[in-house]
Design a protein around this ligand. Structure first.
Ligand code: GTP
Ligand code: SPV
Ligand code: MN
Length: 584
């Protein structure tokens, strides 16, 4: 097969000439194609069939033990000018990067099949969607892309119509961490990824395209590509409010997007609808509001900690037709992970060895499930709407054991942009490296912004213009800990209490106390009925530690200076204004 688009045929031919595959397969996304791929992977051990009675159509993939998460230190943005990538990215000159990657790709697909995957990020008929083509030698990547994107014939038809697409070239190579690079060429709308088969390193539609390349395009075209979940909250009055929330990797986006209201709220008629759990593309509509789509079609969610109690919607979603990566299995081949809390026990760990708690956990901490969003019981009927959903509030949040209260609201858009730019969070297992180290992660985009953060902040500020009806901006922290090291807030379903306050603020019905860092709810402004909170919890969740925030703002000021003269003056002034207010 070939395409009607000559530029696509030509690129595939060039790549085949370089990588020398044994065969070329153009993916049409059909069931027959999928079945053949699965059979092939089952035969060579890439996929292990799970218990057909309990988990029909579901598979386990064990990745190489050195290939279990994104590799931020090996991820580059290759712009002509180094400054355009900014201090937030690793940079390499495009020519040098192409030469380095092409040397790795030279002959790397010998004996393998080259798969051409045309895909669409976003509903196939949405003007907000964008298309790409991933070339890969990994059938596991094909199977995951089929779940995570709109892949195959309809996407190819749209690409042929539009004539443009993001080019992504991927090979698992030898899975040698020394020969592993994830390179982005935003000026050429091109991605080259070599040496990893895992998640965000290999499923190029996800972080590489939908965030790093898309953020670059979004800046040029006047929209936003963000590491955000999107959810709808239906009130007992029957109104649905949409919220987009940016939390860093493994900090609760999937959980919040699939929230099940506490009992009292359910009885009163509250419902939460999932639009997306990881990525949000939004742009101003004719009425000045921001309209958002989820560019993905599936969830690549963190498995550990997912239980009938913490996230029943996720657990229900993964009962069938799911690919599990790096989880453990029970004696009768059911998937198992720490915190699944289902009364079963693991027999084999994620490396396929007999489970021994002294050796390693059953599931890798970054073990994931890949599943179609349509299997989620709370999947929003508006999720596939080509126009997107109007966003009423943007929520930033991080994993902060100390200092940061449960929730506060920014005074205005400029303050909101500062709140996002100043976000901090403790690192997690979603990327290789130390876990639990506090770092700045502006808008949860530190690993994903495809250009200079200073320009990104300026782009965010530019949305505040005549005619705009921008969302209100908030900051939350579900992860505040007490002196005993335990979480002070129950979290999960109870987070709806905070979302209710957020909606109340947007509608002008909920109260708040004004402080230098923003509007904080008084305890009485939140519905805490049935929530047991200690005095320590109340003080820390709703109080303001003045001295602590003074130190935090000094640190924010220093960190912003890292961006040098490109940092928007409005942001610097906002930081200084708050620092002064805290000192007064
Ligand atoms: P990526 O897919 O990596 O971008 O991450 P995500 O933000 O979707 O992460 P996810 O929702 O899977 O977060 C997983 C981790 O956050 C698990 O350790 C959860 O237990 C924890 N978590 C989520 N919500 C809460 C909460 O409200 N309170 C507490 N204490 N932990 C939470
Ligand atoms: C993340 O790390 O933020 C993820 C998983 O959502 S990955 O697709 O690997 O980027
Ligand atoms: Mn993510």
């Amino acid at each position: 097969m070939t395409s009607k688009l000559e530029s696509l045929n030509q690129w595939v031919a060039e790549v085949a000439h370089l990588t020398r595959p044994a065969a070329i397969h153009w993916c049409d996304g059909s069931d027959a194609e999928h079945a053949a791929l699965i059979a092939r992977m089952e035969a060579d051990g890439t996929l292990v069939r799970l218990n057909e009675a309990t988990h029909p159509g579901s598979w386990l993939h064990r990745s190489h033990p050195d290939d279990v998460a994104r590799v931020e230190h090996l991820t580059f943005v290759c712009t002509t000018e180094r400054e355009d990538a900014g201090p937030n990215n690793h940079w390499m000159a495009p020519d040098a990067a192409h030469a380095k990657m092409d040397a790795l790709f030279d002959g790397c697909m010998q004996g393998r099949t080259l798969y051409v995957i045309p895909y669409c990020m976003g509903p196939i008929d949405s003007p907000l969607s964008r298309c790409g083509v991933e070339i890969t030698d990994s059938p596991y990547v094909v199977a995951n892309m089929r779940i995570m994107t709109r892949m195959g014939a309809p996407a190819l038809a749209r690409i042929e119509r539009e004539g443009t697409f993001v080019k992504g070239l991927h090979s698992t190579g030898e899975l040698d961490p020394e020969r592993r690079f994830i390179m982005h060429f935003p000026e050429e709308l091109t991605i080259k990824s070599y040496g990893s088969g895992y998640g965000g390193n290999a499923l190029l539609g996800k972080k590489c395209h939908a965030l790093r390349i898309a953020s670059w395009q979004a800046r040029q075209e006047g929209w936003l590509a963000e590491h955000m979940l999107i959810l709808g909250i239906e009130t007992p009055q029957g109104q649905t409010h949409y919220i987009a929330a940016a939390f860093p990797s493994a900090c609760g986006k999937t959980n919040l997007a699939m929230l099940i209201p506490p009992e009292g709220y359910r009885r009163a008629g509250w419902k939460v609808w999932t639009v997306g759990d990881d990525i949000c593309w939004m742009r101003p509509g004719a009425d000045g509001r921001l309209y958002a789509i989820n560019p993905e079609a599936g969830f690549f969610g963190v498995a550990p900690g997912t239980s009938a109690k913490s996230n029943p919607n996720a657990l229900a979603s993964v009962q069938a037709n799911t690919i599990f990566t790096n989880v453990g299995v029970t004696a009768d081949n059911q998937p198992w992970w720490e915190g699944i809390d289902n009364g079963l026990a693991p027999a084999l760990d994620w490396r396929g060895e007999p489970f021994d708690p002294a050796t390693r956990p059953a599931a890798h901490p970054n073990a994931r499930f890949t599943v179609s969003a349509r299997q989620c019981p709370s999947y929003s009927p508006m999720a596939e709407d080509p126009q997107g959903v109007p966003i009423s509030a943007i929520v930033f949040g991080g994993r902060r054991a100390s200092l940061v209260p449960l929730v506060f609201q920014a005074r205005d858009w400029t303050h909101g942009v500062l709140v996002g730019a100043a976000m901090g969070s403790e690192t997690t297992a979603a990327a290789t490296g130390a876990v639990g180290v506090m770092r700045r992660d502006p808008m949860a985009m530190k690993p994903f912004c495809g250009y200079n953060f200073a320009d990104y902040f300026a782009h965010w500020l530019s949305f505040d213009r005549p005619g705009a009806r921008l969302p209100a901006v908030f900051h939350v922290n579900w992860f505040r800990k007490g002196d005993d090291g335990k979480f002070l807030w129950p979290g999960f379903g109870d987070n709806l209490r905070v979302l209710e306050w957020i909606i109340g603020r947007v509608q002008g019905t909920a109260g708040a106390v004004e402080t230098p860092i923003g509007h904080l709810p008084a305890e009485a402004d939140l519905n805490l009925e049935g929530v047991a909170l200690s005095d320590e919890a109340r003080a820390k969740l709703f109080g303001l530690d003045h001295a602590g925030w003074q130190a935090e703002f000094a640190s924010i000021g220093r960190d912003l200076e890292d961006y040098g003269p490109r940092l928007p003056e409005a942001l610097r002034q906002e930081q200084q204004r708050i620092a002064r207010a805290l000192a007064a």
